[in-house]
Ligand binder design. Structure first.
Ligand code: C5P
Length: 324
């Protein structure tokens, strides 16, 4: 979805048509490298957040969001009418105003002065509490749809600043390429030319809270990586991803939150040892977990390894590919 690069001075928001209706896919992501830095290495106040460097790529596992604008003079207070269709009801994604989609739309409405409403339906397929970015991706899709559907036409930069208020990962999802994300995750540098790869993701029944994993990270000794070390590893990882050297990725991949997540849930070690027995090119936790993924050399290997993992009853198993 293309956003206009320049804000146009408007006194009134106009939708593309009286009842603009469009759908969008919201992809998941995995973190191929996630380094957490010492707080004192950050040049500004993180207000409790951790400075990090992470390389994220979108993966072809999608939620989908439909957005229908409601004109402001329709007499029904033009609010956000939200419906959640959860493919796996055990996920516990909020189906009311606590959902990040509704919070994103309310925030955009408030900041832009737009008085229109929307009928929004979200179909969830990305597991939550997984470190796969599902909620953040949904919020970004909602912002992009509303930006057009409500005729707000904010620039990508302005939308990204708003997105960062909703969550550290939300700006990443405003575009659909791989990126290195820094600061608390909201500073996004797009990295073009990354070759796609096949992967298998397992989401165990347990969900992990990002805030709790970061708290545990602080309690454990020695988890931080220097900025310099991280930049060097990132360069090697990007170079190998650009030339499609899948067999080399394991040399550079890593997740600084994995030890903290493992000390909160025994599932992390269980998944790590099951993946280690199989011939994945590389494997690790995604984000703060609990989803664990393995990089494969080709699609048929991914299907074969997924069927072995399925037979072990570890949780939900997804065979997918990086990219949008
Ligand atoms: O930004 P987001 O809402 O996704 O973050 C959830 C929680 O994870 C934060 O409240 C914070 O406790 C933790 N976090 C952190 N450092 C980051 C990102 C998230 O400590 N860079």
């Amino acid at each position: 979805m293309n956003l206009r690069q320049n804000d146009s001075p408007r006194t009134r928001h106009r939708p593309k048509s009286p009842c603009w209706l469009q759908s969008s896919l919201a992809p998941a992501k995995v973190n191929l490298l996630l380094d957490v830095h010492d707080r004192d290495s950050a040049s500004f106040d993180f207000a409790g957040y951790h400075p990090l460097s992470t390389l994220m790529v979108p993966v072809r596992l999608y939620d989908s969001l439909s957005f229908e604008s409601i004109p402001e003079d329709s007499g029904n207070e033009s609010q956000i009418k939200f419906t959640l269709r959860d493919r796996d009801t055990s996920d516990g994604v909020p189906g009311d105003e606590r959902n990040l989609v509704v919070r994103a739309l309310r925030l955009l409405r408030e900041r832009s002065g737009c008085e229109m409403g929307a009928r929004v339906a979200l179909v969830k397929r990305i597991p939550s509490g997984a470190g796969l970015g599902g909620g953040s991706s949904d919020a970004a899709a909602a912002l992009m749809l509303a930006n057009r559907g409500w005729g707000i036409d904010w620039s990508a930069d302005r939308l990204s600043t708003l997105a960062a208020e909703l969550g550290s990962d939300v700006p990443f999802f405003l575009d659909h390429g791989g990126a290195i994300c820094r600061a608390r995750g909201e500073q996004v540098e797009r990295i073009p030319g990354l070759r796609p790869f096949d992967l298998v993701i397992v989401k165990p029944a347990v969900a992990l809270s990002t805030a709790e994993v970061y708290r545990r990270f602080d309690e454990l000794p020695g988890g931080a990586t220097s900025l310099e070390q991280s930049e060097r590893t990132m360069c090697s990882l990007v170079a190998d991803l650009r030339r499609g050297a899948i067999g080399q990725l394991g040399r550079w991949m890593g997740n600084g939150l994995q030890a903290a997540a493992a000390s909160l849930s025994s599932w992390v070690e269980r998944l790590a040892s099951d993946f280690a027995e199989l011939d994945f090119a590389a494997h690790q936790l995604s984000g703060s977990g609990s989803a664990y993924f393995g990089v494969c050399r080709h699609a048929s290997q991914a299907r074969r390894l997924a069927s072995i993992l399925r037979s072990r009853g570890l949780g939900r198993v997804f065979v997918t590919r990086s990219g949008f």
